[in-house]
Design a protein around this ligand. Structure first.
Ligand code: ASP
Length: 330
């Protein structure tokens, strides 16, 4: 693996390998001394053009636990706010000797450009690009599901993948990079996914995604016997350019698509409730569903560190970074 730009970069064996390495990483994090020498002398740059709490700190913790040097570069207060281009930023980071660049950007495709334009030799990890993809979120979600559903009582004799697992993903699919990456990865791992959203919050072409699509959450919960329900944040900040109008009111949205106590009670006993964060409590998820015993929301954050340690380890510990792609555009 040279870069991690999309969940589709991983085939079944590759994805399972990341999850297995993450399990080993998690085991090291239960020791008194959590730091491993694995990436000593390597530099990881967190290049965040969009706000983030969980993902940035998670990558920072992951890189530091592997003993890498970490440079945090956020667009606010940097030359980017003075109009510096992605290319110039990349060249600067290259000159600083970055071995890996973890990039979050509001433009879908920005990490792909960084990886393939020939501007740098760094490994590129997509930490969320626009409404496109967020592959490490999908990996940490798969890791969380595998961990829980392997436990007794789920009725699944899970091997190393998620074969036969049933997942409902509900909410603002249109603006969600988490949904797309999850559908791709869960499909690769053999799970069955149902997306639930109002028609206004589904992207064009969703019919070609490897999943089912529904507008009826109650039917998906009662008829589908899901093992996991993932609620997606209503991404109000991405709705402003179109003037909103995706649903009549917050109250109406919660009534039709919110996961509340009544709906959580429809789930099989072993089923887990997930959310990538940050949550709009009372909108897509009620406080009692978010804080219930079946919620894995806080655990997902912790699992994120182990999964990102695995990704950085697999990208960087395998050898020297390759030379820049010849003939890259200018
Ligand atoms: N934190 C996730 C992301 O950056 C989910 C969200 O923001 O709703 O995509």
């Amino acid at each position: 693996m040279r870069h991690l730009l999309s969940a589709a970069d991983l085939d079944r064996d590759g994805a399972v390998h990341v999850l297995d390495v993450a399990e080993q990483m998690a085991a090291t994090q239960r020791r008194e001394i959590k730091k491993l020498p694995t990436l000593r002398g390597r530099t990881v740059v967190n290049l965040f053009f969009e706000d983030s709490t969980r993902t940035r700190t998670s990558f920072e913790a992951a890189a530091k636990r592997l003993s890498a040097d970490v440079i945090n570069f956020s667009a606010k207060g940097s030359s980017v706010s003075k109009g510096e281009s992605l290319k110039d930023t990349a060249l600067t980071l290259e000159a600083m000797g970055a071995d890996a660049v973890v990039v979050r950007h509001s433009a879908s495709g920005a990490p792909h450009r960084l990886a393939h334009a020939g501007w740098s030799r760094s490994a590129v990890v997509n930490a969320g690009d626009g409404t496109h993809e967020h592959p490490t979120q999908a990996l940490l979600d798969a890791y969380t599901m595998r961990r829980h559903l392997r436990a007794a009582g789920s009725g699944h004799a899970l091997g190393r993948d998620l074969h036969g697992v049933r997942v409902v993903i509900v909410g603002d699919v249109l603006h969600s990079r988490v949904a797309r990456s999850n559908v791709l990865l869960l499909h690769t791992l053999g799970a069955h996914v149902t997306l639930v959203a109002p028609p206004t919050l589904l992207p064009v072409g969703v019919g070609t995604w490897p999943c089912e699509v529904s507008h009826d959450l109650d039917a998906a919960l009662t008829g589908g016997a899901p093992d996991a329900v993932m609620t997606l944040r209503v991404q109000a900040e991405r709705m402003t350019t179109t003037g909103g109008g995706f649903f009549p009111s917050a109250r109406e949205y919660s009534r039709r698509y919110g996961l509340d106590r009544r709906r959580a009670a429809l789930l099989p006993e072993h089923a887990i409730v997930m959310h990538p964060g940050p949550m709009n409590r009372g909108l897509e998820i009620s406080a009692d569903a978010a804080d219930s015993a079946r919620s894995t929301i806080v655990e997902q954050v912790g699992n994120g560190v182990a999964v990102r340690m695995a990704v950085l380890y697999l990208l960087l510990a395998g050898g020297e970074p390759a030379a820049p792609t010849p003939g890259g555009d200018s």
